[in-house]
Design a protein around this ligand. Structure first.
Ligand code: 5GP
Length: 147
C-alpha cells in the first residue's frame, strides 16, 4: 500500500517541492520544526536506510550537502543545520518510506541541542507561508549549489 510519501511523489497529495529529479524528491516537512525544514526522499520505495543499495546511497549522500548549502543560502540567520534520518519504529520513524530531515538552526531558535523532530508547528503556517519558504529554497537550488 502506498504511504504518504509515495502519494506525494505521485502527485496525489500536494507538497511544497524544493527539488526533484528522476531519483529523489525534496519538499518542505509539514511540521516545520524550524523555518525551512526540508525532507529528502528517494522516489523508489526504500523503507529505510537498511534497504539502501550503493546507487541510492551515493545519490542521497551527494545531494544532502548540496541541499543543505542551498537552504542555508536562503537566510543569513541560518547558522547551523541538523540532518537526521530515523530508521525503524524503534528509532522514531513514523513514515515507512526513507527520508532525511534537513532542519535549519537559528541562534535564537530556542530548541535544545538535542533535536526533537516531532515538534509540530504546522498550525503557524498557512499556504502562503509554506509557498514563500519553498520558493526561496527552490530558487537557491536553481542557483546551483551543486544540484
Ligand atoms: P519521521 O518521524 O518518520 O522521522 O518523520 C516523518 C516526517 O514526515 C515528520 O516530520 C512529519 O511532519 C512529516 N510528514 C508527515 N506527513 C506529511 C505530509 O503529508 N506532508 C509533509 N510535507 N510532511 C509530512
Amino acid at each position: 500500500m502506498a504511504d504518504i510519501f509515495d502519494q506525494i511523489i505521485a502527485g496525489e497529495i500536494p507538497a511544497y517541492k524544493i527539488y526533484e529529479d528522476d531519483d529523489v524528491l525534496a519538499f518542505l516537512d509539514i511540521s516545520q520544526v524550524t523555518p525551512g525544514h526540508t525532507l529528502l526522499v528517494p522516489k523508489q520505495h526504500y523503507t529505510n536506510i537498511f534497504d539502501y543499495d550503493e546507487a541510492i546511497t551515493n545519490k542521497i549522500m551527494t545531494l544532502i550537502p548540496a541541499l543543505a548549502k542551498a537552504i542555508k543560502a536562503t537566510d543569513p540567520a541560518i547558522t547551523g543545520m541538523n540532518i537526521s534520518s530515523n530508521n525503524g519504529e524503534s528509532a522514531g520513524q513514523t513514515v515507512p518510506h526513507s527520508h532525511w530531515h534537513l532542519i535549519p538552526r537559528y541562534d535564537d531558535d530556542d530548541l535544545n541541542d538535542t533535536l526533537v523532530p516531532t515538534i509540530d508547528n504546522s498550525a503557524n503556517y498557512d499556504q502562503e507561508a509554506y509557498e514563500t519558504i519553498a520558493t526561496q529554497i527552490r530558487e537557491s537550488v536553481e542557483d546551483s549549489h551543486g544540484l
